[in-house]
Write a protein that binds this ligand. Structure first.
Ligand code: FPP
Length: 270
């Protein structure tokens, strides 16, 4: 299948998170569902873990490429809440890879001013991985370059449920008026608080699913699904995804005529 078959958002209104400039160009925030490591390995008679290991090199390549191109935020779905159900050996292997990745990349993150954030139920992680994440996040806190958001032990429904609980608690304590719960207020209760919503969501390996990733945040994201398996997804494929994004006209529920009129007014004013 050719790249970039998918696109779809049909809801009304504008995004709530200060994101989306509405014109092609470079997306501020790219989110990636990295899928297909297992299939890539099986096709070659390798173990699934070997597929994840090569997938780690794709992570490196995409981080580097996004940084060089000037993407501000890059979110990577590294491990979902559902992934805990995989065989223990694979889970252990993925945890080990994550820890090694953090240890091996920290110098590069500092050199390039990359700030690391993590979203997910981090307390479920093995202590050594949690500690590696905590220390990388602390070390890179002041960096002003690209922000990399690792979603680990992450599930969109869990994140939303937690946000709802937090808001309900505030309502009960009289600190939040239910009538004042807007979509901005909801956004502020998510783990991605302060991060603009993704402009572009990439999924590798051809599956047309969101898989419980950033359910709230991708409301207006452009969707790019490629058949390329994650271990084969490198700089060239990333640039193809960005080229796809560049051609999209983001309407946020408006008509094409409205968007074009606004663009020409903007152009005339600039
Ligand atoms: C999906 O492939 C991928 C994962 C479950 C994990 C992603 C992990 C990496 C890319 C490696 C390490 C990550 C970092 C951040 C260093 P799959 O196993 O579901 O593939 P399949 O659908 O073909 O079985």
């Amino acid at each position: 299948m050719e790249n970039g078959r998918a696109n779809g958002h049909g809801a009304n209104g504008h995004p709530t998170n200060g994101n989306g400039n509405g014109h092609g160009r470079l997306p501020r925030h790219v989110a990636v569902i990295m899928d297909g490591n297992g299939r890539w390995a099986e096709q070659r008679g390798l173990t699934r873990l070997q597929g994840h290991r090569v997938g780690k090199d794709s992570v490196r390549a995409v981080v580097e490429s996004a940084r060089r191109l000037g993407v501000e935020y890059l979110s990577l779905f590294a491990f979902s809440t559902e992934n805990w159900h995989r065989p223990p050996k694979e889970v252990d292997g993925l945890m080990h890879l994550l820890r090694r990745y953090l240890a091996s990349e920290i110098d590069k993150m500092m050199k390039h001013g990359i700030r690391l954030l993590a979203v997910g139920t981090l307390r479920r992680l093995p202590p050594a991985v949690r500690e590696a994440l905590r220390s990388a996040i602390a070390a890179t806190r002041g960096n002003k370059g690209m922000t990399v958001i690792l979603a680990v032990s992450y599930g969109g429904r869990e994140e939303l449920t937690r946000a709802m609980r937090a808001m309900a608690r505030k309502v009960r304590q009289g600190k939040l008026d239910p009538d004042r719960i807007t979509s901005d207020v909801v956004s502020q209760h998510l783990a991605t608080k302060g991060v603009p919503d993704p402009d572009l969501l990439i999924r590798t390996s051809g599956e047309m699913r969101i898989s419980n990733f950033f359910l709230w945040q991708v409301a207006y994201s452009e969707l790019y699904v490629t058949e390329t398996l994650w271990p084969d997804f490198r700089e060239r494929e990333f640039q193809q995804a960005l080229a796809f994004y560049e051609q999209r006209q983001r309407r946020f529920g408006r008509t094409a005529a409205q968007v074009e009129r606004e663009a020409s007014l903007r152009a005339a004013g600039s």
